[in-house]
Design a protein around this ligand. Structure first.
Ligand code: MG
Length: 255
């Protein structure tokens, strides 16, 4: 039967079949080919989900927290709706109104947000110059501050894990300029009251790595040393520190 098929092939096809057979015979004698050996370490499952990153600046699997229209995804930490000022695609802290937090709660996340500090009152220095912050799980703060030509303690400047980790560099842009934070936060894990894995965070400030998978010692503490206390997933919080810091384009991808 095979003979019959073989005889029907033209000369070129016959050559291909014969050389393939020869190759197989030689390789079978020599053991698996490099291609076959390479296949052993190929992993095909699971296949990564497709995320559209070209139709929009926001990845298709992200949860949009603020695009410029309203604060529907946010509430006041004091209770009730978030009432910071939404105007012209941005949201600005309303000093004295209190922090705002997401309605949804998160554990491990990738967060993107953009922030801008206003023209500063140069009499205000250090921590007093346009301070805000983004808190993961309402507890762990990445500092937001006008750190452009404004010295303060290094573990309290923009890009710091407040009072825990100094940023690798100061990537702060001048006031009135939009800046980006891209943050990967790995939440701590607890077994009952016991900490079994601390939190870790990686921060890119304006595309520059400023925190490289640093370990958090506990929740942000203004006075004294941080200490973990067991908790579950929780909201992302933005800080009202009494200054007109603005935000836009906030999205999160739960990991
Ligand atoms: Mg702050």
């Amino acid at each position: 039967m095979l003979n019959q098929y073989f005889n029907q092939l033209n000369a070129t096809a016959k050559t291909v079949v014969v050389s393939s057979l020869l190759c197989f015979t030689v390789n079978a004698a020599d053991g698996p080919t490099n291609y076959q050996k390479a296949q052993v370490t190929e992993v095909w499952q699971p296949e990564p989900a497709i995320v559209d990153t070209h139709s929009s600046a926001i990845p298709s699997d992200a949860e949009v927290l603020f695009t410029g229209d309203d604060l529907a995804q946010w509430q006041s930490v004091k209770g009730g709706p978030a009432n910071w000022t939404v105007d012209n695609g941005t949201v600005t802290v309303k000093p004295g109104s209190g922090d705002i937090k997401t309605k949804n709660k998160y554990c491990d996340v990738q967060l993107h947000l953009e922030w801008k500090t206003p023209t500063p009152d140069l009499k205000k220095k250090g921590q007093g110059r346009n301070n805000s912050g983004v808190f993961f799980q309402q507890r762990y703060e990445i500092q937001i501050l006008d750190s452009y030509q404004n010295r303060t303690y290094s573990n309290g400047q923009a890009g710091s894990v407040y009072k825990q980790h100094i940023p690798l560099v100061n990537a702060t842009r001048p006031p009135e300029t939009w800046q980006t934070y891209d943050i990967i936060f790995n939440a701590p894990r607890f077994d009952g009251d016991k900490l079994i894995k601390p939190a870790y965070v990686t921060v890119l400030h304006n595309g520059v790595l400023v925190q490289n998978h640093v370990q958090l010692q506990g929740p942000t503490s203004y006075i004294g040393l941080p200490q973990y206390k067991a908790h579950g997933c929780d909201s992302i919080k933005l800080q009202d520190h009494g200054n007109f810091v603005s935000y836009r384009n906030i999205w999160v991808r739960p990991l």
